[in-house]
Design a protein around this ligand. Sequence first.
Ligand code: SAH
Ligand code: SF4
Length: 392
Amino acid sequence: MAVNLLDFDLEGLAAWCESQGEKRFRAVQLFRWIHQKGEADFAAMSDLAKSLRDKLVASAEVRALPVLSEQRSADGTVKWLFDVGGGNAVETVFIPEEDRGTLCVSSQAGCAVGCRFCSTGHQGFSRNLATGEIVAQLWHAEHRLRKELGLAAGERAIDNVVMMGMGEPLQNYAALVPALRTMLDDHGYGLSRRRVTVSTSGVVPMIDRLAEDCPVALAVSLHAPDDALRDSLVPLNRKYPLAGLLAACARYLPRAPRDFITFEYCMLDGVNDSDEQAHALVRLVSGEGPARVRVPCKFNLIPFNPFPASGLTRSPRERVAAFAAILQGAGIVTTVRRTRGDDIDAACGQLAGEVLDRTQAARRLAERRRVVPIVVASARAVGRGGHAGSLV
Ligand code: SAH
Ligand code: SF4
């Protein structure tokens, strides 16, 4: 099979060029054609030698992900559903804001962490995405939007990427890092480190590795002020409890492009939203709780986007405001995420795609019965809600 050039960061592409008997600097030209110009056709890469173009046509490709659907919200949010084969699909969401354009990117089909409040988690884990499949989401969105918006050469549609789509990025580390490097590379998308955010449910050893390999902005999904509650909401907490997680956050900061960690906190009615829990959170991050380490941070409160199978409900607006006020009163910058794109079901934590459900269900059913199903219902109800704006 042809090599997918989206799988390579610039260093990887240079090594591949060398292995093909080409000079390393050819990789820069090629990389710029692919990522800056959005070109997938080697024949159109006019400044490459004909012999190289012929070699590329014979052995390589820029493999875009097939688009299953593109939905647009009245507020400008765009959601793509990409086919990643084998009955799996992943979602990518573009959120336009006045001063920037944010792309929310998926790292896995499904997720193995299985958080109680997350519909991706409820769906289970299918597989890791390859680097090229992570990058293809940005490649497609950037160049499609650029064309649509009629942007001049050098102008960008997307200047902020958050790894907050489907999946736990730090459980797909090997594929993630080259994808991040391509996003940051001046010959690639040229994004600032401060504007590429990895969101994690707390894979402690990989937080340390990220600090070494590719320090970008870090968001940590906290959701609870104590281990007992966090164990039940984010099962990974049993392996990496809060004290170790906060210590990893503190170790990350000296290498980070920002001088704070963003803590995400999904507001669940009657579960994690009391005044007492807000005070416990303040103690936790200021080193007075069981973790004994102070972590400079901001809080991003996410009103829960409900889905039936969760058995959970969203905290009332006044509760979220009161909770935020306690954190703010303690001097912690706290934002409440705005809901975006609710007319297209692009909700935070609900990214799973009904097509995915149908195709998965179809396959499973067929495997079980050894017949081809004719009518297949959605395996899992997808709840309503909006994608979060102001992600970090
Ligand atoms: N796996 C990573 C990144 C993807 S989830 C993580 O957990 O951080 C992105 C964010 O959406 C996380 O903060 C997650 O907690 C939040 N989220 C998940 N399900 C949600 C839901 N139903 N409502 C609101 N936020 C949700
Ligand atoms: Fe996975 Fe993040 Fe969803 Fe938890 S919240 S199940 S880690 S995608």
